[in-house]
Design a protein. Sequence first.
Length: 418
Amino acid sequence: MLKPRGAICNLDCRYCFFLSKERLYPNSTFRMSDALLEAYTRQYIAAQRVPEVTFAWQGGEPTLMGLDFFRRAVELQKQYAKPGMTIHNALQTNATTLDDAWCEFFRANNFLLGVSLDGPRDLHDAYRVDKGGAPTFDRVMRGIELLKQHRVEFNILTTVHAANAPHPLDAYRFFRDEVGTQFIQFIPIVERDNATGFQEGDQVTARSVTGKQYGDFLIAVFDEWVRRDVGRVFVQIFDVALGVWSGEPAALCIFTETCGDALAMEHNGDLFACDHFVEPRFKLGNLGETPLIEIVASPQQRQFGRDKRDTLPWYCRECSVRFICNGGCPKDRILKTPDGEPGLNYLCAGFKTFFTHIDQPMQTMARLLDEQRPPADIMLVLARQEVELERAFKTAGRNDPCPCGSGKKFKQCHGSKK
C-alpha cells in the first residue's frame, strides 16, 4: 500500500487507527516527492513476475495529493511497464473530495475506487465526521453519485463497529438497494485503547465491535445474501470463504496461514511490515536507502509473516474452522484461550460462529462449482428445501421426529403450534 500523503486526512473518523501516525513524522510536509514516486514505480514494476500489476493507493486521504500527482503516477507506470504488462490502480477514498475532473481521470485510467461508507445516514455519521465534528454522509453520497455518473468502478468498504453492528440488514439493504453497489467489504473495528496509537495492550475502545456482534452481523447479512443475492452482490468475506471451501488458498491476508506480503510505504519511503503495524519496531527500511526487493524479502519481514503461524495457540490449532480462519489477523490476537494461553483473536467467537453457520451452504456452492454450475443455483436449492420443510411441518404428528432436525419429537419443539 502506498500512502503518498501519509496519515493526513480531511476527516476525523473517531475510530481511525491511522491518524495518530502523523506523530511519527514531526515537521513533515507529508507529500511524496516525484523522485520517490518514480523510484517506487520503477522498482515495483521491475520486481513483478506476473502480467498484471496493481498499485494500491491509501492514506489518510490519498486524493489530497492532488490530481496532477496521479497524472504523473500513471505516466510513470506507462513508462516503466514491461511489454504486455497490464497496470491496475486501486484507490481508497472517503469520496468527499471528488469532482468531475477526478472522476473523468479515474474513468479514463480505469481506476478502481474503494469508498468508505458505514451505512445509512445515522449509522455512517456516528463516527465518520470531519475535522470540525460535522457529519459527512451527504458529501460521501455526492461523491458516489459522481462516480456513477462517470461510470467509475467502485466498491464499498464498511467498518463494522459499535454503532452499526446491531443493524446488519439496514446497512446491507442500503448498500444493495439505495447505493446500488455490487461489491462490499465488511471490516471489523478492533480499536486498541491506549495513548500510543500502536498495537499495544489488551483493552479496546467502546467503539469496537465485539466478536459476538461481528459474527451475528455477518450471519444476518449472509442469510439474506445466500437466499436472494448470490451472483449479483459480492461480499468479500463470502467470496473468500467460498474459495477456501473450494480448495483454494485464502485470498485475504487475515485468513492465510502466514502473512507478510502486504507492506505499507509511507510518504517518505519508509516501509513497514503491514498497514496495521506502522510503528517504529516494525519499520523495515527506507526505499531511498535499500532496494524495494531487498526490503520485501528481508529476514525481518519473512519472520513477521511466519510468526502468524508459529504463535498460533493450541486452542486454535485444534479448532474446526482453522482451515479458513487461521487465527485471524495478528493485530487482534489480544485474548487468552480458555486454558490461559495468549494469542487468541479478539474476534474468535464471531469467526467460529459465522464459519460454522455457513458450512453447509458453502459446501453446496463448492459442489455446484465442481459440477460447473453457478454458485447462484444455491438459491434454488434453498428455496426447494424450505418448501419441503414447510410441507413436513404441516404433516408432522405430535410424536413424529421434528423436521427441524433437532432430534426431539415434534410436540417438544413445536407442540404449542400444532
